[in-house]
Design a protein around this ligand. Structure first.
Ligand code: GAP
Length: 437
């Protein structure tokens, strides 16, 4: 059975995401827009939980990192300085017959994968989306949708240091949308043209950079494990020297074993002083740092852990998805870590009878003061447990007729399906100890 789950796991997951309101194709009623996705009512909660877990770990729990939220549209010179205008491109080839386009570096054969006809010579295709600022559509008005959030951090380095008076090492973190006009997309939300990143630029004294590189590589790997991804499905993949991006001194990817293959979740790069030097050169501002200890002016080096929100979400979903025997049937369950589960607890009255509703509603309104909670009184209790299992709700609270007498309710745990009876007065404390992460 395990093999079967593996075989068509993506299909099943995509179907679950649509059916239960995690992820929908963009503009679906118009036939969809290629490789753009909308997050539904449960998806938006889960995505927010992932971003919050990252923000809590990277920013709020540390004294040496601050947050930032910069605009998507930036001065076009930013992208000249960063190297994106000249270097952010993929080699593109086009079929001479059916005009389909492919990434030359991903092709196994030098002919069209669809009709078998010859292909054009490769040409460099820039991945940045262009638009115009203001009413005149001429070259002077061209701006780009940012292809990474990182540059918003580099151009604000001076502002952040001056306003926070922080000393090195100093990290600046940002989450937000990025856009890339990818030639090939696919595997659901793994590679899309509009996606979200969670990036940290950690500025350090030169000479301490490799220590920090190792530190962040381990810290990032541990973050995925702590949030429930099985260690055997994670690995580090260091880049060979010849595969490094133009800005990187070294880089290691955190990879996840997706149902189709290993794929990058996050890259951790040592960017040296490339970015601050480039922006100093292009802007004419001296983006340096005065080190009071050594009384020297230095250009900090940067360690960058750069993660994709959508890819993380896909990895969490893939890792959590299971089909398990339950009596004579198979139950579908998402074993999501409670921190990222979209609903933490569901209140389920055993019956819709009027006598139970007031107590069930009262318990529900108490629970939702603290947690993302759901209320469900439709169909049999077994079906309702299944519905909650399928969306990864860690706990269900069942209110039955005996609850009216003994003032107790049942907590049912998603993974073990075990049930315990607790006094209503203790319910929140018991759940709080189970849901502390
Ligand atoms: N600032 C460095 C940077 O952007 P990257 O390796 O190009 O590095 C970082 O991107 C992360 O952003 C990737 O590891 C991936 O998780 C995510 N990402 C990049 N392109 C993506 C795409 N087309 N769709 C979804 N996520 C993407």
């Amino acid at each position: 059975m395990a093999e079967q789950v593996k075989d068509n796991k993506m299909e099943k997951l995509v179907s679950l995401c649509k059916r239960r309101g995690f992820i929908f194709p963009s503009s679906e009623i118009y036939g969809g827009l290629s490789s753009c996705w909308d997050y539904g009512p449960l998806g938006v909660e889960m995505k927010r939980n992932i971003k919050d877990a990252w923000w809590q770990t990277i920013v709020q729990s540390r004294d040496d990192v601050v947050g930032l939220d910069t605009s998507i549209l930036m001065h076009p010179r930013v992208w000249e300085a960063s190297g994106h205008i000249t270097g952010f491109s993929d080699p593109l080839v086009e079929c001479k017959k059916c005009n389909l386009r492919f990434r030359a570096d991903e092709l196994k054969e030098q002919k069209c994968g669809t009709c078998g006809s010859p292909l054009s010579e490769p040409r460099q295709f820039n991945l940045m989306f262009k638009t115009f600022m203001g009413p005149v559509e001429d070259q002077a008005a061209v701006v780009y949708l940012r292809p990474e959030t990182a540059q918003g951090i580099f151009v604000n380095f001076e502002n952040v240091v001056a306003s926070t008076r922080k000393k090195l090492p100093l990290g600046i973190a940002q989450q937000g949308k990025s856009f890339r006009n990818e030639i090939t997309t696919g595997n659901f939300i793994f590679r899309s043209r509009e996606f979200e990143q969670m990036e940290l630029e950690f500025f350090v004294k030169p000479g301490t950079d490799m220590e920090w590189f190792d530190y962040w590589t381990n810290a990032r790997l541990e973050w995925y494990k702590k949030l429930g991804i099985r260690p055997e499905n994670l690995r580090l993949a260091p880049h060979a020297k010849e595969d490094l991006s133009h800005y990187a001194r070294c880089c290691t990817d955190v990879e996840y074993q997706f149902p189709w293959n290993w794929g990058e979740l996050e890259g951790i790069a040592n960017r040296g002083d490339f970015d601050l030097k480039q922006h100093a050169k292009f802007s004419g501002k001296g983006l340096s740092y005065f080190d009071e200890e050594s009384k020297e002016t230095i250009i900090p080096y940067v360690i960058e852990p750069s993660a994709g929100v959508d890819r993380s979400m896909l990895a969490f979903l893939c890792d959590a998805y299971a089909e398990e025997p339950d009596k004579d049937e198979i139950r579908i369950v998402l074993h999501l870590h409670p921190a990222i589960a979209p609903v933490k607890v569901a209140a389920l009255p055993l019956s819709k009878k009027e006598t139970l509703t007031p107590l069930a509603q009262q318990i529900y309104s108490q629970l939702r003061q603290t947690w993302a909670a759901a209320y469900d009184d439709a169909q049999s209790i077994g079906r309702r447990y299944r519905r909650q299992d399928e969306i990864g709700t860690p706990y269900c609270v069942t209110i039955d007729f005996q609850s009216l007498e003994d003032k107790q309710v049942t907590i049912r745990e998603r993974d073990s399906m075990q049930q315990i009876r607790v006094p209503i007065t203790e319910l929140k404390n018991v759940l709080a100890s189970k849901l502390s992460f």
